[in-house]
Design a protein around this ligand. Structure first.
Ligand SMILES: [Zn+2]
Ligand SMILES: [Zn+2]
Length: 204
């Protein structure tokens, strides 16, 4: 059985998601932005072993603990275009006192990449706009949207590589064009649903 735990971490309260396959006691961690120790303790308490880290984009508040999980043996995934953020101050860590903990991603994904980890299948959809390499990950009827889509909001586009037209296109023609409804797990704030956002999101 698949189980999703949400854990806001760091100064900006970015949502880290622990995705468990309780049959195998293996986990995928989405956007470990900070607080490695706290996330790891939760995984240990739950008896889960991390096999992979999926990053929605390269901002520090979503990836600054990736290096620690990689050291523990997890494979780190990110879109190829956001590798640039990992290599420059475009990751925005200069906004805080927390230094950027650089790492080499193991797998560079693109639109349509299928990720099989821990007996779960994640599909990558490319949704640039907040950053040039922002992606969402689909797992069954769940979407992890990072800073592309929030409950009643969208990600900012004024940071390096942000692009308001690209974001609009990603929302209208990619995310909202998916058929049916999905649970939406955003990079900040409360979970929502795709249908609710189609109807009520004031930015789209
Ligand atoms: Zn961001
Ligand atoms: Zn963020």
């Amino acid at each position: 059985m698949i189980k999703i735990k949400m854990m806001p971490v760091g100064l900006l309260g970015a949502n880290c998601y622990l995705v468990y396959n309780s049959d195998t006691c293996e986990a995928v961690v989405i956007d470990p932005g900070s607080e490695y120790g706290r996330i790891k303790r939760q995984l240990d308490v739950d008896g889960m072993k991390v096999k992979a880290v999926l990053l929605t984009h390269g901002h520090f508040d979503h990836c600054n603990a990736a290096r620690d999980f990689r050291r523990d043996g997890a494979k780190v995934y990110i879109h190829e275009a956001d590798k640039l953020l990992l290599e420059t101050d475009y990751n925005m860590s200069s906004l805080t006192n927390e230094p950027f903990r650089s790492f080499d991603p193991d797998v560079l994904v693109t639109d349509g990449t299928v990720i099989r980890e821990c007996g779960m299948t994640f599909k990558v959809i490319y949704t640039p706009g907040h950053t040039v390499g922002s992606v969402c990950y689909i797992l069954d009827n769940n979407i992890f949207t990072g800073d592309t889509l929030f409950c009643m909001g969208v990600g900012r586009t004024d940071l390096p590589t942000g692009n308001v037209r690209a974001l609009e296109d990603s929302l209208k023609n990619v995310l909202f064009a998916l058929e049916g409804d999905y649970n939406v797990f955003p990079g900040h704030g409360e979970p929502t649903s795709l249908e609710f956002e189609r109807r009520h999101n004031p930015y789209v």
